[in-house]
Each structure stands twice: as C-alpha cells, then as structure tokens.
Design a protein around this ligand. Structure first.
Ligand SMILES: [Zn+2]
Length: 396
C-alpha cells in the first residue's frame, strides 16, 4: 500500500466534523463516547478539566533524592493531566519524601498546567486534586482564579478526615445519605448474597447500595461547637462519600467501628444551583472521575514516566519532561488521527500497531511516498492518520 505524502496537503479535506483545536477532541471523535459523555463532561460543560495527582515512582537502585515514602522507596513526582484529552499538562520531579499536599508544588504545577492550555481553553476550568490536597494555599489560589471576571473555575480537592469531620459524620441522619452514582450515572449497588435467582429483579432486599454521598458543610459551619470552618472561603462546601470497604481494606478505628470507608472533598460548586448539577451525587461523580488521571499515569509508564535512567536528579527531571512530551504526542496522535479501538489504545498497543510498523519513505520528483506492507493489518489506519495530520493547518 502506498500513500502520497504531499508537501501541500489538500485544505478541503473533510474532518468529519471534528473540532481539532479544542481540548475536547476525544469527545468529538466519532467513536464510542460513553466513557466521556457521562457526568463529568456534562458537569464541566465544554470547559477544560485539569487533574493534579502526586504519584510514587519506585527506585530500584541508588538515585539522588530517592527516599522512603508511604509506598516504599523512590521519587514522588507531581503530575497534571487534561481530562478532556488525556494528555499530561505539567509535571514536577520531586524527592521521595515530598508531601502529597505540598502547597508550593501544587501551585507551581497548577500555574504550569493553565499556561499549557490554549488561551481560549482557560476560560472555564475545572481543577481536581486527590488525596488530602486541601491546603489553605491551594484553596485560596483556586478561589482567586475563580473570582477573576470573565473566568469560571470549579474545583474539587480532597480533604482530611479529622476529629471534627468524624463528629459531623456521626450526626448525619441515615436518610441524608444518598446513593452514589458512577461516571456514567449508574447507581453504585450490588446483588445481596441471598438475592433471588432473577438477576435483574426489582426486589429491594436483593440489592445493596455500595456507596453514599452527603454534604457536611452545614454541620461543620453551623453545627454544635460553633463555626468550625473559620478562615475557609464561604463558597467552599464539604462533602463526604462512604463506601463499603473491600475485604482486607485497611480501615481506621472509626471506619472499622462504623462499617463504612469515608473520603471527603471540598468544592466551590454552588449547591444553590437548581437541577442535577447541584446534586451531591453528581458533584461526587465529577470528583471521582479523578481516577482517570491514575490511568494516565499508569499508561504513561510506557512512555518512560518513572523509569528514571540516572543517579542524577537533574537528568531524571529532564527525563520526566521528555516522557510527558511523549505521552502528549501519543494523545494528539489518538485524538485527531486515529479511529475505532486505536483512539483508546495504550502506548504499548500503539507502539506495536503503528509506531513500530515497518515502512519506507521514498522521494521521487517533488513527492514523498510512504510504503507500508499491504499485509500489515493497520496499514490503512497509518495512512489515514498521516493524511489527517498533514491536513491540519501548519503553525506559521
Ligand atoms: Zn429479587
């Protein structure tokens, strides 16, 4: 199979309606979008979603600033991903003992992430940060960014479960816990052990809800004990999620006694809004999709993230930057150029099917030709991708 690679690509090429210059490319592709058309995308309503996550990368040999931490021994880089496109936006190499909620690091990576977005995509932002990320410094900065005229920013940041939060949780009446939903809007429930044999029955006793959500803001702000959120912005609300723990999960004494596992987060998403967007279950689902960033980090390992080659911290920092560029290039190969399963293929699959495919580039006259074996199952995907990328407007 041969594809002509012209220096001057035809500008009239039909892109099947894809909007290539928004960070929502994944949602605009003509593939199955059930994963991206769920709650979170509707919640950000065309905005751009930045997710910050600290990840622990193990070191198996002596490396500068590799230190013991809660997951073993290694470094503790802080990364940020654009949830719309799955591309990394920024990253910071950090020593192994770096705290998971170090304010200065979070602020730097946040600013770098926003700077990495095209200006038009910075107007409506959602920022999420997992773990106990809620520090005064980070929340204050997010509130500042949210208050800029002409800009919108919604944040959701993990919050520590302390004594006052436990006290508040124990006061939440049972009926105030509402069943949680997942990213696709499906209820989090499971068949009970003594359920009837009809797997899709509607008997109440045959189903057990697995996770619930409730708001704690009122209890913490105005509950007994006075204003316990003094100093925190008035627009900030606190939510709790409780889940049935997995067998063998490590629980705190409070959780073991209570039978649920709790996670808390704060958001400035206005609950005074009407409709489903102000519903705690939806706000929770928006926050929970944060797990997708962990997927980006996992598959990013195939681009080199975490496989640091040197003893030298500076060299490893450069390596991290290059790994993130590789992951970005793959994201922008998938979004505008690939189709079908390849849109979601992991780096390892792309390497086998596309990047390592044997091909020859030849020049004759003023034309370049790419020769790929006709028998290579993904030859069409490769030539289609090339033609689409060539048709994009070139940077001046
Ligand atoms: Zn039943």
């Amino acid at each position: 199979m041969t594809a002509a690679l012209t220096a001057d690509p035809p500008a009239s090429r039909d892109h099947q309606g894809r909007e290539l210059h928004t960070p929502c490319g994944r949602a605009h592709s003509n593939t199955d979008t059930s994963d991206v058309a769920g709650v979170p995308r509707r919640c950000v309503r065309g905005g751009t979603c930045i997710r910050l996550d600290a990840t622990v990368t193990p070191a198996h040999s002596d490396k500068e600033l590799a230190e013991p931490n809660f997951k073993g021994f290694g470094h503790h880089p802080l990364l940020s991903y654009c949830d719309n496109t799955g591309e990394p936006l920024a990253g910071m190499m950090r020593c192994g003992g770096a705290g998971s909620n170090t304010v200065a690091d979070h602020l730097t990576v946040l600013e770098d992430s926003i700077a990495a977005l095209p200006p038009a995509s910075r107007r409506r932002l959602m920022v999420s940060c997992d773990g106990a990320g809620a520090s005064h410094g980070l929340i204050d900065r997010l509130e500042e960014l949210a208050a800029r005229p002409g800009y919108q920013l919604v944040y959701s940041v993990g919050w520590d479960l302390g004594a006052r939060e436990r006290a508040a949780i124990s006061q939440v009446p049972e009926q105030a816990w509402q069943v949680a939903i997942d990213h696709a809007g499906t209820l989090r429930e499971r068949r009970t052990e003594d359920a009837c044999p009809h797997a899709r029955c509607a008997h109440e006793r045959c189903w057990q809800e697995q996770a619930h959500v409730s708001e704690l803001t009122g209890l913490l702000r105005e509950g007994p004990g006075g204003d316990q959120l003094a100093g925190w912005p008035p627009s900030m609300g606190i939510f709790a999620r409780r889940e049935r723990p997995h067998p063998g999960a490590q629980l705190s004494l409070f959780e073991a006694h209570d039978g649920w596992r709790y996670s808390l987060w704060v958001t400035n998403q206005p609950t005074s809004q009407r409709g489903w967007r102000a519903n705690p279950a939806y706000i929770d689902a928006t926050h929970r999709v944060h797990a997708r960033v962990e997927d980006g980090i996992r598959t990013g390992e195939d681009c080199g993230i975490g496989h640091f080659p040197s003893h030298d911290f500076a060299i490893n920092s450069a390596w991290l930057a290059v790994s993130l560029i590789a992951a970005t290039l793959l994201a922008w190969l998938r979004l505008p150029a690939l189709e079908g399963d390849l849109v979601r293929a992991e780096p390892r699959t792309l390497r086998y099917k596309i990047l390592h495919a044997a091909a020859r580039l030849t020049h004759s006259g003023r034309r370049r030709r790419l020769k790929i074996s006709r028998t290579w199952p993904w030859a069409t995907a490769i030539t289609t991708a090339w033609t689409r990328l060539s048709a994009l407007p070139q940077a001046p």
